[in-house]
Design a binder for this molecule. Structure first.
Ligand SMILES: CC(=O)SCCNC(=O)CCNC(=O)[C@H](O)C(C)(C)COP(=O)(O)OP(=O)(O)OC[C@H]1O[C@@H](n2cnc3c(N)ncnc32)[C@H](O)[C@@H]1OP(=O)(O)O
Length: 412
């Protein structure tokens, strides 16, 4: 049985490329998976030593936390954001404050680099509240009964074409780049991010087929694509396989509909599943029987605002807003203060003020509302926002929303 190292000094350092294998093993073990050589290599290019932290005690690696340097789309803008990842502490060293120390460094580093927010997918939501994260983006998983759901009759112009990842990669990149900046929750993808997204390791397949690519060719060329697999299932009564949709991205409504028609009608399959679509997924308004989409709601991105005025000035607002807000941040007191926020769909400013606040925010509420998918009114109910001046809430709540619900489907 492993024995906790109690007396050795715990140090936190910035790792080098040589530490990658230890970090990979630390995180894999931390989340209770074995890890494998293919994933080790597939993830290696995403490892940014200067954005990572490694914890050592008695010569052993006992913890890690990393970040990917990426931009993410937010309402009306694209902002640099630390994409937090690979947080883990050795099972024998937990609940001794190591993650707390790592988080402090992670936030300070992001702020120093000019990133107003950090974000992560949570293994367990309960870990993150105390560090000031708010649940900002939710996702819907679908298990569509393809036979019962029914889609309206109709022929979209254009055609669906299948091809190899290698042949179609440039087209996928072009389609994604056309739309990502306009979809809060979608992150910029460099060549390295695409390499990882398309790596198709055995771990990514989770027992399903190799990655398949289908594109929609419209009048002006390729205007949408789907990455998908088949989870094959042959029963005594015949095939009931599942189409596993990894991502579906389109620049036109015609491509969107044509791709879903295709995904819901692949021979020998009876269902289609996807782990993350928008809470405002258009399929609900298109299919004959939305109940047969079998949707389940889950948390997706957690956002931590590390620089309040910078973050609030970086996004845009659905309607004009001019409000004095007070923010309390227990974990990062330098983030607490009172600001005048003015904004619109075109611009925003956030400057310190000594005026009386009209609204009060716990910093977690700023994270929760940041992507435009959460109403301030809901946050009032749980005590994370308070209306100080009667009447200030409704206008601000409307302004913080956005016309597209935030959405995220890419684990990092
Ligand atoms: C972005 C990502 O990487 S998601 C993956 C996160 N990693 C994992 O889930 C791997 C498994 N878990 C772990 O490795 C560890 O438990 C970690 C990294 C989550 C936490 O590390 P620790 O060093 O134990 O956290 P630390 O001691 O700083 O805990 C701080 C507080 O959070 C609480 N806490 C930490 N983790 C959890 C948890 N999983 N559930 C409930 N409470 C937790 C602690 O009890 C402590 O509370 P206190 O301040 O009231 O005493």
């Amino acid at each position: 049985m492993a024995v906790a190292v109690q007396n050795d000094e715990v140090t936190i350092e910035v790792p080098t490329h040589e530490d990658w294998e230890d970090i990979y093993a630390m995180f894999s073990g931390g989340i209770n998976i074995d890890g494998d050589p293919q994933s080790l290599e597939a993830e290696r290019p995403l490892f940014e030593p200067s954005r990572s932290l490694i914890v050592r005690a008695g010569g052993r690696v006992v913890g890690t936390l990393g970040a990917n340097t990426r931009q993410i789309a937010v309402p009306g803008a694209v902002v640099p954001a630390a994409h937090g990842c690979r947080g883990a502490v050795s099972a024998t060293m937990r609940r001794q404050g190591i993650l707390t120390r790592l988080m402090r460094r992670h936030f300070e580093d992001a702020r120093a680099l000019g990133e107003p927010i950090t974000l992560c997918w949570a293994s367990e939501g309960r870990i993150y509240h105390r560090f000031g994260y708010g649940l900002s983006v939710r996702r819907l998983g679908l298990n569509v009964n393809a036979r019962e759901v029914t889609v309206p009759k109709g022929e979209e112009p254009g055609r669906i074409v299948e091809g190899t990842v290698a042949d179609l990669r440039d087209a996928l990149v072009k389609v994604y780049d056309q739309v990502y900046a306009d979809r809060p929750g979608w992150s910029e993808r460099t060549a390295a991010h695409w390499d990882y997204r398309l790596a198709d390791t055995m771990a990514m397949r989770q027992g399903a087929s190799a990655l398949r690519v289908a594109v929609h060719e419209g009048d002006d060329g390729i205007d949408g694509y789907a990455l998908w697999r088949v989870r094959s299932n042959w029963t005594a009564n015949g095939p009931i396989s599942d189409v596993v949709v990894i991502e579906q991205v389109s620049t036109t409504p015609e491509a969107y509909r044509a791709l879903w028609r295709f995904l819901l009608s692949v021979d020998l399959t009876r269902s289609a599943s996807t782990w993350a679509v928008s809470v405002d997924e258009p399929l609900f308004y298109w299919v004959g029987e939305p109940r047969q989409l079998d949707a389940h709601l889950c948390d997706a991105l957690w956002i931590r605002v590390v620089d309040v005025p910078k973050a609030l000035a970086a996004r845009r607002y659905a309607t004009p807003i001019d409000v004095v807000i007070e923010v309390t941040d227990d974990f990062m007191p330098e983030n607490s203060g009172t600001w005048r926020l003015t904004g619109s769909p075109e611009a925003a400013t956030c400057t310190p003020t000594s005026e009386q606040p009209e609204l009060w925010f716990d910093v977690r509420a700023l994270g929760a509302a940041y992507m435009g998918g959460t109403s301030l009114s809901a946050l009032v109910e749980v005590g994370l926002v308070k209306e100080v001046r009667h009447g200030a809430l409704a206008a601000a709540s409307t302004a913080f929303r956005w016309h597209k619900s935030p959405y995220a489907f890419e684990l990092f």
